[in-house]
Design a protein around this ligand. Sequence first.
Ligand SMILES: [Zn+2]
Length: 493
Amino acid sequence: MSKNPVIDQILDAYKPIWALNHAASLFDWDLETYMPVDGAAPRGFAQAQLALIRQQKVIGLTESVSKAEKLGDLNQYERGVIRNIKRELKYFTRIPPELVEELTRTITEATVVWRDARKKSDFSLFKPYLEKIVQLKRREADKLGYEGHPYNALMDLFEEDLTTNDVDRIFSPLVTALKRILNGIVSSKSFPTSHKLEDVAYEEQDMRHVNQEVLRILGMPDKTFRMDVSTHPFTSGMSLDDVRITTRYEGMSFRETIFSVIHECGHALYDLQVDHSLQYTPLAGGPSLGMHESQSRFWENFVGRSREFTNLLYPILKKNLKFVSEYSEDDIYKYFNLVRPSLIRVAADEVTYNFHIVLRYELEKKLIGGEVKVSEIPEIWDNMMEKYVGVRPKTLAEGVLQDVHWSGGMIGYFPTYSLGNVIAGMVTNRMRRDLNISDLVARGDMNPIKLWLKENIHKWGSIYSPKELQRKILGEAYNPEYLVKYLEEKYLA
Ligand SMILES: [Zn+2]
């Protein structure tokens, strides 16, 4: 793909960096799945050492990258290589090692404190850590540099080139439309707000069988994919030939584990379908969290929560879960698609989910911009929940303390969840011009859908930035219209 000796030299020098990333993902995967608890400290030590080697290796590319930039006639692939390495270089050269060290140490401690604070529903325990994290993230933003709002520098770490202007432009019409849709659902009562199956227990072994069938329907490959169990479901792409997902079995409300499996399979398919010529290069993966999330949401919501997919699952559910025979297929469809204003983001439905994100985005922006103090957050959170979602938390654990992101220093991450929903709407709209998605899902024939995603999105890896890739494939970037149209058709028709 590259005919340029300078680029070839860079790609050669990148191989050990790829290998360090590969080792780090295996370390992480193991930490989340099978490692004994006390292994955490030495694992953290080893990860930090690997990160330092990685930083040196990346900085070592500085000279060849500036040499490559002076070359005029680079092709799209070569420009992609340079763009991606420059992003890593920017971070590692502008953030001094002391700041990296202080951030890493603070978030490691904060994560443990946050768990305790959440358990006790006590914000005062977490407050000093969050104050420190906000202060460090502001310093990080200053070091990285930005135009406009300092929050732009932080979002860019997760979604290249995304600005608060972009997000405001996307979220403002989205919120208005979602409020209208939610009111429509509430007044028509066409979708229930609760379901008996939420309180029905299941046997883990039975659900394991169901999930195996889900993997079979989605056509997940045997030799390059595996599924395990962990506290929080995640996907880990070790290489283009080794992608792993996890799920969890909570024992109640069986839909949770099914939809987490479908969601993570969406991420896994992205990683598995990147063109193999990009293996071992900085381009071997999706270009942003928003693009990645669009794929998991597409499979989870647009496919998984459809009438046709419910029809495919229904006999499997009846066979493996005895209690399901008491419910009709329509009942199960409604159980998969409850809509209700609720307090917890991760349990929110397709319509109200985005309100949870808007709240976090507005709050983070104000925190980083210095407009609100950490001590004011619990109060502001509760008021915003009432304004956006229409419910008020009774405890801090079901309010401001519910998410892990802030303790992990991931400020600027939340917007990418809603961007994923928005892009999934755009992708579905575009795919419909080429494929009859409903018919294919009804027949259980997922291959044409997977092939479409591969040819249009997955195979490019991160050759293009998320905005470039959307413009190339979808003609525009982050347009919320299609998500709104889809939700209207599904819930208000
Ligand atoms: Zn996801």
